[in-house]
Ligand binder design. Structure first.
Ligand code: NAP
Length: 295
């Protein structure tokens, strides 16, 4: 992958780490199936967004691999909010459903927060319900959003003890940035959160022992901003056009200028092959946790 092979050991490999997580999940699922339980995940997809359909398909394939029963509810783009809430209500009450996931984005006429609030907290495998956010804030056991959970597992492959590290999180979404800050704080990091209104963002980034980039702007973070020997977790997934031999092709890149950054830092996640794989693995992990919570 690299001209200079010495960079290879700097890569935090999502493929290897996610496989380990999935192996552990599979083993636990065998154990709880022996006790008569059958972990199951309900996935609700509204409309025909092509990217969402791919994500849902990938989740279904992963469920099959680890032994989770998955059921897809494909709803029409024009469905009204009440009908979705009714379906969630039915799934909340169904003892044969352990996890409920609503694939985002939703059509504009649906209130996303209302949908999240309806999911029973112990079935909320995305960890977005305010009760789960509150549990995370109180540092008590909760269903933690999959992407930041995956980032923490990746980080801990390099530093088991994160105590005292300066961590900077770029982004403040409920899905990634906010829970990420909470997890890092719960691991005794000193956390700074920056966002689109932060002035002189590079001043904060340059002090980060750990940098989490969750922005959605290709190669936003420049290598010259980074602290030597820092650890970089790149959450961003951006599709860009590149010209290869006169042909226009699409390529996935992260929020960090990976090729330059890897020369300077001690460890970095690639895109693709990094956080994205961990997100799906942690969804399986959360479905298992949700099943145990309901035991
Ligand atoms: P989001 O809700 O759009 O949030 C983006 C955050 O970046 C916001 O907090 C925004 O600040 C901040 N931001 C935007 N422009 C900025 C700038 N110029 N300087 C500093 N901060 C800036 O996105 P998200 O859901 O958190 O996702 C972020 C990225 O991660 C996206 O590329 C997404 O595709 C990717 N993602 C990947 C995975 C995975 O599994 N790998 C999972 C989820 C998301 P404001 O709050 O001020 O607007």
């Amino acid at each position: 992958m690299f001209k200079n092979e010495s960079y290879a050991d700097k890569i935090i490999d999502g493929k290897i780490i996610s496989l380990k997580v999935l192996e552990e999940v599979s083993k636990s699922i065998i154990d709880i199936k022996a006790k008569g339980l059958n972990p199951s995940l309900a996935v609700i997809l509204v409309g025909n967004d092509p990217a969402s359909s791919v994500y849902v398909r990938n989740k279904k394939i992963m469920c099959e691999k680890v032994g989770i029963k998955s059921t897809e509810f494909k709803l029409d783009e024009n469905i009204n909010e009440e009908q979705i809430l009714d379906l969630i209500n039915t799934l909340n009450k169904d003892s044969g459903t352990n996890g409920i996931l609503v694939q985002f984005p939703l059509p504009a006429h649906i209130n996303k927060q209302k949908i999240i609030n309806k999911i029973a907290p112990d079935k909320d495998v995305d960890g977005l319900h305010p009760i789960n956010a509150g549990r995370l804030m109180n540092n008590v056991e909760s269903l933690v959003p999959c992407t930041p959970q995956g980032c923490m597992i990746m980080l801990k492959t390099r530093h088991e003890d994160l105590s005292g590290k300066n961590a900077v999180v770029i982004g403040r979404s409920n899905l990634v940035g906010r829970p990420m800050c909470q997890l890092l704080t719960n691991s005794d990091c000193t956390v700074t959160q920056v966002h689109s209104k932060t002035l002189n963002i590079e001043n904060y980034i340059s002090r980060a022992d750990i940098l989490i980039a969750a922005i959605g702007i290709p190669k936003f973070v420049k290598a010259e901003w980074l602290k030597e020997k820092s650890i970089i977790i790149d959450v961003g997934i951006n599709r860009i056009s590149v010209n290869s031999n006169g042909e226009n092709k699409k390529k996935l890149v992260g929020d960090v200028d990976f090729e330059e950054a890897i020369k300077k830092v001690s460890a970095i996640t690639p895109v693709p092959g990094g956080v994205g794989l961990m997100t799906v693995a942690c969804l399986m992990r959360n479905t298992l946790i949700a099943t145990k919570l309901q035991m």
